[in-house]
Ligand binder design. Sequence first.
Ligand code: FES
Length: 116
Amino acid sequence: MKEEKNFLCNIDDIEEGHVRRAIFPDGNSQQTMILVRDDESAHAFENLCPHYNLPLDFKGDDFMHPERNLLRCKNHQALFRMNDGVCIEGPCVGKRLKVVDIEVIERKIYFSPKPV
Ligand code: FES
């Protein structure tokens, strides 16, 4: 069982195809991550746009394009795929959101950084 200090949320806390903001449990309170539910799994990205290194959301938790199939940066409207964080439209096409290492164990999502 993973240490509870790395627990982020339950998979069921995120609606299918939706996202949620989470704080890094390692004390990095200045930076948040974006958790994306993908069926029974999830993806996670740093909440930093590769265009200007700004958080994607500047008002509330809305990271989504209105059609809810892409992540959107509210600053200059870059659009990112939800499964790999690659920008497909906007000022940083081809760049990607930085992946955050997570694990899903028994429907719980844990921050799980790989050793360097
Ligand atoms: S800072 Fe995200 S598109 Fe410019």
